[in-house]
Design a protein around this ligand. Structure first.
Ligand code: G4P
Length: 525
């Protein structure tokens, strides 16, 4: 197969949802269709569910599982599908943001009863920033939920994206009869059964009186009315708007009952984008370029302290990656080759000889890589767009064992390169501040410093509201600001200026007083 056709058949995406909406169940059903697994229950839920925050066994278990399920590749109808898993626990949200930089599209799972929930909203913000094409699967239609029209309104207003139903439910809960697949003009009839695939009847004209035979008079009429309303309210599905990230097609179903999943998958492979061009500081990279390029979006450390090795996950952005070929590690300016790159098929990791744009390869690493690093065939390229977001929680990190200063510094640096949390150095007093999304990350850091680096840390409280990356074209004002706020000025790991605002009010005052300074809540602007 030519390079072009290999790349064209790739679909790399992530499933995102608020915990419990059904992401794991949907992932599993997709894998069943791809023949990647054979029994239900094979995909372990990648989350620290219903446990106390400091349950170490659970964290370790989760980390162990998440290597295997970080990327799940499978073949379906001559498409090569790569599902990138995202951590379920919200304290690892930063990990999810980074994973979203490596996908070409996204499927959002929403619970029909709960509608749009907090975490989904946040993740959608990231998709919107990146103009990622989004599809929505409304799950758990076998349960009572919101009125589907109300839900569509909620999706539009809460997620800030236009929607267009491509399937439509006939009732829900106990009286759920199935969906009308608008995209394929099929009637999909629901049987509550976890293993079988639904009965599908071609039905191009819902005014055909035969509809009554399948769903009864009442529901047939209701479906006709609903369809009329849909055609009146929503314009025709426009694939260009979907690909531009402006319009999300919506499907209804029940992942647990394997209902509506095949329809979703069939439509997905047809309309979801193959790898898309990616921006670098230097130029736009087209996936079909012969020369290989890729970037590290995730680093997974081995929890076994005796083998301090990591896996760097590289998204291939262009061309073909080959085993044992020399590639340039742009930040180090040196050539490297990889004798045992791994690809991820189903839930197995295996060594691969080649992989194409759209694929993810795992490179065993002993500290050469950090998040955002670029690998190329030789060109100097720097990928853009792996942003850090302002952390939500901050603590001073202090050395609790003066004999182990070196170990602590090394550990902190490596863990930050891995993207576990963010480090800021206060320029006034030189103290190190760690910023995280949730409490769990502090515990992970402390635990890993001790077990992997033999270093001990202590946390000292600091009350901060946000970290803002600042810039200004007005050097005098910038200088002025830094002097005025000297106690609150820090540098991030890349040496950029960060203002640590201790309250929303202080931040607002600073924004008012220094009009020529831009305050950013992400590191990429
Ligand atoms: P998540 O990864 O998004 O967190 O959700 P997950 O798939 O683990 O699903 C959360 C719960 O919702 C699970 O039940 C799952 O069985 C259930 N579920 C998923 N899809 C459907 C559906 O279409 N209909 C119904 N009725 N339930 C669904 P649980 O009791 O929390 O877990 P388990 O004990 O069944 O594993």
């Amino acid at each position: 197969m030519s390079l072009q056709s290999e790349i064209l058949r790739r679909r790399t995406f992530a499933i995102i949802s608020h915990p419990d909406a059904g992401k794991t169940t949907l992932t599993e059903k997709l894998l069943l269709f791809g023949g990647a697994i054979h029994v239900a229950g094979a995909v372990k839920s990648n989350k620290i569910k219903k446990t106390a925050t400091s349950d170490w066994m659970e964290i370790e278990k989760q980390r162990g599982i998440s290597v295997a399920t970080s990327v799940m590749g499978f073949e379906y109808r001559n498409y090569k599908i790569n599902i990138l898993d995202t951590p379920g626990h919200q304290d690892f949200a930063e990990d999810t943001y980074r994973t979203l930089t490596a996908v070409d599209s996204v499927i959002i799972v929403v619970d029909t009863a709960k509608g749009v929930e907090a975490q989904t909203r946040k993740l959608m913000d990231v998709c919107r920033m990146r103009k990622t094409p989004v599809m929505i699967f409304v799950n758990k239609m076998d349960r009572e939920g919101k009125d589907p029209f109300d839900l569509l309104d909620e999706l539009e207003s809460e997620l800030g994206i236009h929607v267009r139903p491509l399937s439509w439910p006939i009732n829900q809960g106990f009286s759920f009869k199935g969906v009308y697949n608008i995209h394929k003009e099929n009637l999909e009839l629901f049987t509550p059964n976890k293993q079988s695939i639904s009965e599908s009847v071609a039905f191009s004209d819902i005014n055909n009186p035969e509809l009554e035979n399948y769903v009864g008079v009442h529901d047939a009429n209701k479906l006709r009315e609903d369809m009329e309303l849909i055609t009146g309210v929503y314009s025709k599905f426009d694939i260009k708007r979907y690909l531009a990230g402006e319009l999300a097609p919506v499907f209804f179903g029940s992942a647990l009952n394997n209902f509506g999943v095949k329809e979703l998958l069939d439509c997905f492979v047809e309309i979801a984008p193959s790898p898309r061009p990616i921006n670098t500081v230097e130029r736009e990279i087209d996936p079909f370029e012969e020369a290989f390029s890729g970037f590290v979006f995730k680093i997974h450390a081995n929890m076994d302290p005796n083998h301090r090795s990591c896996i760097a996950f590289v998204k291939i952005c262009s061309g073909k990656f080959e085993r044992n070929v020399n590639y340039k590690h742009v930040r180090h300016g040196k050539m490297m080759r990889f004798s045992s790159p791994t690809a991820f098929m189903a839930q197995k990791k295996e060594t691969v000889d080649e992989a194409y744009a759209g694929d993810i390869v795992g490179l065993p690493d002993t500290g050469n890589f950090k998040i955002g690093d670029t690998l190329t065939g030789g060109e100097e390229l720097h990928f853009k767009g792996i942003p850090s977001f302002s952390p939500e929680m901050f603590k001073y990190i202090e050395n609790a064992d003066p004999m182990k200063t070196k170990q602590l510094d090394k550990g902190v640096n490596q863990l930050m390169d891995e993207g576990v949390a963010q480090l800021f150095v206060n320029q006034y007093n030189g103290r190190k501040i760690i910023g995280t999304v949730g409490q769990l990350q502090f515990e992970v850091i402390q635990y890993r410093l001790l077990h992997e680096y033999n270093a001990q840390c202590r946390w000292d409280p600091i009350s901060l509201y946000k970290a803002c990356w600042i810039e200004s074209a007005d050097a005098v004002e910038l200088d002025n600001f830094k002097k005025r706020k000297a106690q609150y000025m820090a540098k991030d790991k890349s040496g950029r200026d960060v203002f640590l605002a201790d309250s929303g009010y202080v931040l607002q005052m600073a924004q008012n007083d220094f009009k020529n300074i831009k305050f950013h809540f992400t590191s990429e602007f």
